[in-house]
Each structure stands twice: as structure tokens, then as C-alpha cells.
Design a protein around this ligand. Sequence first.
Ligand SMILES: *Cc1c(COP(=O)(O)O)cnc(C)c1O
Length: 242
Amino acid sequence: MSDQQSRATPDQSHTVKDTIVAIRRRLEQALASAGRPADSAAVLAVSKTKPAVMLREAFEAGQHLFGENYLQEALEKQRSLADLEGIEWHYIGALQSNKTREVAEHFSWVHTVDREKIARRLSEARPSSLGPLNVCLQVNISREDSKSGVMPEALPALVEQALALPGLRLRGLMAIPAASDDPEQQRVPHAALRALFDELVKRHPDAPLDTLSMGMSGDMEAAIDEGATLVRLGTAIFGSRN
Ligand SMILES: *Cc1c(COP(=O)(O)O)cnc(C)c1O
């Protein structure tokens, strides 16, 4: 086997490292063509269903932020990766009341807060030794019955409630828009979330609002064009999920 061929074999670790480098370049290009500073957005590596060894390789290639959707799976990976100093865990899965304690104890961020009860329980369960839990409020920006998220008109009330909770630090908004292959269509919900975010910043100038969590593997460029600060990439980094 030639050197070229052996490098092309799907050695998992090699593939993840190469992909992290390529993703970083893709983000740089998207930011440049949007006329934005190179450090104005970051990648959250969405690692659900992927084994801890792949996260370790990504971390070693410089990827430090990881998003997980399933609590038990995430806790297991956190245990096997406990030696990785500076790894940051974001919870991006559906959130039921019975999971709030463990999420508040084991994650730095939660992107999927969409109702007062969940916000209050996360705040109450957050160990004070860890400092406030960073949260984004999930908005049902495409108004889909099937999706979680607060409806845009109910957002201001939830913002007030979240800002009043001592265990939380409200950082911004998150959305999972209706999927579209059309880059122009993809911009519409991202622009709508951005408008809600700008409104929020105007109304609460003293709040630490700096995060627009939007854009996934298929619509990252559109999201960056519309102001995303944190893109959540799964497939583009780790390949398709079964
Ligand atoms: C799975 C998931 C992603 C990543 O989606 P890809 O299309 O694989 O990049 C992003 N955000 C959330 C909330 C997810 O559940």
C-alpha cells in the first residue's frame, strides 16, 4: 500500500483531526465573506452518538467545545474524558424536569431552555461552587408544532424570568429552524432570530448577552452571514449518524 493510500484509509483519529482543520478554515471563510472578524464566532462540536475516542481526537486538534443531546450518554463520555483540561460541555438536547439537576451539575452551558419551570429548576440545582449556568433560550423560530422552543411573542416574558434567576447567566438565543436546502431560504429564520436578539440587547443593555447559537452542518454559511456566534456542527465534523 502506498503512503497516499494508507493515509486515505478511514483511520478514525486521522479523519477527525483533518476535519477539524477543514472546519476551522470553512468558518474563517464564512466569517471573511460576511465581513466579520475571524474571532467573532466559534464551533460547537455536536458529538451525540459518537464515541469518546472521537471527541478526544477532536480535542487534541484544538476543538474544545462539545454539544451533547442525551444525558446518560454525555455523562459517560464526560467520565472517560475527565482528564481533558479546558473541555467545555454544552447540553443541547430536549430538557425535561427530571433531568435538570444532573444537567445543572455537569454542564457549563444549556442551549435548550424554553420555559420558566425548566429555567427555575436549573437555577435551583446549579451548585454555587460552579458559578451561574450559561443558558440560551431556545426559540421556535419557524413556528413548527413538532419543535420545542418558546414562541417569539412569549420570549420577552421568559427573558425577564431567566434574568431574575441567580443560578443562571442568560447569554443569548438558540434556534433549530425548519430545514431548507436553499441558501436564501436558510437566511430567513436566522435573520429573524438575529432581530429578536438585537431587540433583547437593546432592552437589557447590562445583561451579558453575546451568543446567537444558530447554524448546523447544512446551513452554517447562512447562519454566519446573519450573525451567528456559535455554530453547532455534528455531521460536518464526525460524519453521519446511524
Ligand atoms: C444534532 C444537532 C446538531 C448538529 O446537526 P448536524 O446537522 O449534524 O450538524 C445541532 N444542533 C442540535 C440541537 C442538534 O440536536
